[in-house]
Design a protein around this ligand. Structure first.
Ligand code: NAD
Ligand code: MG
Length: 389
């Protein structure tokens, strides 16, 4: 029996994780769940899975949640960062599924590693902002980190049984999102609805916008570099609009190993939970004869400047990826709120990066400090931009 804490259980990854848990009651139990503000769904999850601990964003929400649970409910309710850390470090928990969105995942994920918990990592922002600190923590506390991101799970599966020294490069695939063929000049006027309309994947709002701007692939390049200990010049991106090949590894003998499947996050989530075994997921089997073709192309960096910004942040190094990540979070939020246009997203990120001199980050609190600075700086740019917009 594997005992789980799920951070971000009401999100897209969180709910898919709970679907897998529900289908395999002989393998998994839920010890703790955490959510932001979606109390209706959260109360249902608590009733269904009876965790020891449930955590929400703040005290006010905790009070409301308590009143929604039946009297005699055995679930303890906590809130805020203290609650997240308590859930992540619960004595009974074996594995923490890190599925909070954004830099908010940093502190509880670090706490889980320090408490010796294995991690199923969906929250790519943790490795983007503090990859060197996380990889060091993982080594020091001797825990396992299983990628949930579909591309990284594909690489993880394609690397099994091979030597790192034999890899010549990895190729991350990217769908290209809803704007793959939109004329570049029209990107200024696309709407929030257009950007949220992803052709292949159903995901949370932030990552869906990141997919439309291809910042998601930029974050994934950085994530892959940390996870698989490879320099950026050995990580390529191919546009593959069908999202059937989830990523590939090319070896020095010219052989390429890829992982394929119907695009459904349940497959990589299940593999992270059940590794090294495989379990049924209900994912629709792949029928290659029903596909009209698989195509590949190089990404157009003029159309997707966020991808270049991600590469730049890694070559600038030190605090720059954390600054880029926070500026992106602010830009995406502002776009979703209708304060700036879609093309302003990369502009805002670049202005924030240009205002920053990289500094070494020696601790998670250093990362949080730089993250806060970047949020303040990009909010100011955003206000100026919003006035012009
Ligand atoms: P989502 O927005 O659907 O869910 C996020 C979850 O985190 C929710 O439970 C929300 O309540 C909670 N949350 C949000 N802000 C919080 C805060 N400040 N404090 C505490 N909890 C908070 O997001 P998602 O699409 O499930 O993505 C989660 C993470 O997984 C992201 O980092 C994303 O990049 C990554 N990821 C998602 C997918 C996908 O298919 N959805 C694929 C790969 C990677
Ligand atoms: Mg992905």
């Amino acid at each position: 029996m594997k005992k789980l804490t799920i951070l971000g259980s009401t999100g897209s990854i969180g709910t898919s994780t709970l679907d897998i848990v529900a289908a395999h009651p002989d393998r998994f139990t839920v010890e703790a769940l955490t959510a932001g503000a979606n109390l209706d769904l959260f109360a249902k999850q608590i009733a269904r899975f009876s965790p020891r601990l449930a955590v929400v964003l703040n005290e006010e929400l905790a009070g409301r949640l308590k009143s929604m649970l039946p009297s005699g409910s055995g679930t303890e309710i906590m809130s805020g960062v203290d609650g997240l850390v308590a859930a992540a470090t619960l004595t009974e928990t074996d594995m923490v599924v890190a599925a909070i969105v954004g830099a908010a995942g940093l502190v509880p994920t670090a706490a889980a590693i320090k408490a010796g918990k294995d991690i199923a990592l969906a929250n790519k922002e943790t490795l983007v902002t503090a990859g060197h600190l996380f990889m060091e923590l993982i080594k020091r506390h001797n825990v396992r980190l299983y990628p949930v991101d579909s591309e990284h799970s594909a690489i993880f599966q394609s690397i099994e049984g091979h030597r790192n020294a034999d890899i010549s490069r990895i190729i991350l695939t990217a769908s290209g999102g809803p704007f793959l063929n939109t004329p570049v000049e029209s990107l200024r006027s696309v709407t929030v609805g257009d950007a949220l309309n992803h052709p292949n994947w159903s995901m949370g709002r932030k990552i869906t916008i990141d997919s439309a701007s291809m910042m998601n692939k930029g974050l994934e390049v950085i994530e892959a570099s940390w996870l698989f200990d490879l320099p950026l010049d050995r990580i390529d991106v191919n546009i593959h609009p069908q999202s059937i090949i989830h990523s590939m590894v090319e070896y020095i003998d010219g052989c390429v190993i890829a992982q394929l499947g119907t695009p459904d996050m349940k497959a990589p989530i299940a593999y992270a939970l059940s590794y090294p075994e495989r379990i049924p997921t209900g994912v629709k089997p792949l029928d290659l004869t029903q596909l009209s073709g698989l195509t590949f192309a190089k990404p157009d960096l003029e159309r997707f400047p966020c991808l270049s910004l991600a590469y730049r942040s890694m070559s600038d190094g030190e605090s720059m990826p954390a600054v880029m990540n926070a500026a992106n979070e602010i830009a995406v939020e502002a776009f979703l709120e209708g304060k700036i246009g879609f093309s302003h997203i990369p502009e805002l990120i670049e202005m924030t990066m240009d205002s920053h001199q990289p500094v070494a980050l020696g601790s998670i609190s250093d990362v949080l400090e730089v993250d806060l600075w970047s949020r303040r700086c990009s909010r100011e740019f955003c206000m100026k931009m919003g006035n012009k917009y």
